[in-house]
Design a protein around this ligand. Structure first.
Ligand SMILES: Nc1ncnc2c1ncn2[C@@H]1O[C@H](COP(=O)(O)OP(=O)(O)OP(=O)(O)O)[C@@H](O)[C@H]1O
Length: 269
């Protein structure tokens, strides 16, 4: 069943289209990856879906249907009701998810208050549960300022904030780009666990084909503002049809680990 349908979406900058006639559908509970080279339009497509386009510069045309409702031209006020509750974001720049000199707990609390009328105790329980879900020590992090956490911890706290109210769609825009590779792998594992727990769909924006291959159900490939190929992970990774997808795949480095080399391996080295 479809959760998000993007239909004939264009995004214009000064009357020039930079996203051109794109179509795709994200089903309930699926992991959908949007991959492609830098500047291909992945992030502005994600911004359009969350109502985060700077409207004085970028204009969207076409249709974005979320839960069968056209959200393409909602006002900021209308989007505020949806964002954080129905559709949530995790950004590459996790520092900007939090105000530096306000404790994490207070910021989580304010987000819950903005969407639900619950008691202080109930809100605290929701925040603690979310922090535990992202494998953080809930009480310590709740009482910390953002600058007291490491990059990986802060990114996980921002994921906690994004999933706290059990959104139907989590948009993760290159959430691991600013992290080292081990921390990045952990953060993605956390997102994958959350997805299973709350059964949300993930719209994952990435350059990293290896990450997309690991987690996706569906992959769409963008190039110069267009989707050049979309399909199941199996079809896109193992039977790519577009030359650009083939080039992307051939550029992925592989690391072959030889745990106990045979004599032949040693000769070949
Ligand atoms: N606020 C803006 N005003 C004008 N043009 C913009 C704006 N934001 C992005 N663009 C342009 O839109 C195009 C697509 O940018 P976008 O950030 O969506 O690419 P991307 O595929 O996400 O790249 P990356 O992987 O590097 O983040 C680029 O040419 C970019 O310069």
């Amino acid at each position: 069943m479809s959760l998000l349908t993007v239909h004939q979406l264009y995004i214009y900058f000064r009357n020039k289209p930079i996203v051109k006639n794109i179509d795709f559908t994200v089903r309930h509970g699926e992991w959908f990856s949007l991959i492609g080279e830098s500047g291909s339009g992945k992030s502005i497509t994600a911004s359009a879906i969350g109502g985060l386009l700077p409207k004085e510069m970028l204009i969207a045309a076409g249709h974005i249907l979320f839960d069968y409702k056209d959200i393409t031209h909602l006002s900021n006020k209308e989007f505020q009701k949806i964002r954080g509750k129905e559709i949530s974001y995790v950004f590459q720049d996790y520092q900007s998810s939090f105000t530096p000199f306000i404790k994490i707990g207070k910021q989580l609390d304010e987000m819950i208050q903005a969407h639900c009328s619950l008691t202080k105790k109930e809100r605290r329980e929701i925040a603690f549960q979310a922090l535990e879900d992202v494998q953080l020590p809930a009480k310590r992090v709740y009482d910390s300022y953002p600058f007291q956490l490491s990059g990986g911890q802060l990114q996980r706290a921002s994921i906690a904030m994004a999933i706290m109210l059990k959104p139907k769609l989590l948009i993760a825009d290159e959430p691991t780009t600013a992290l080292d590779s081990i921390t990045a792998a952990h953060v993605l594992e956390v997102i994958a666990n959350i997805k299973e727990k709350i059964n949300c769909a993930i719209l994952f924006i990435t350059h990293d084909l290896r990450m997309a291959r690991k987690y996706s159900n569906t992959i769409a490939v963008m190039k110069q503002g267009k989707i050049v190929e979309v399909g199941t992970k199996e079809s896109v990774i193992y039977h790519p049809s577009h030359p650009y997808t083939k080039r992307l795949l051939s550029a992925v480095p592989t690391i072959k680990r030889i745990t106990s080399p045979t004599k032949r391996d040693l000769i070949l080295q």
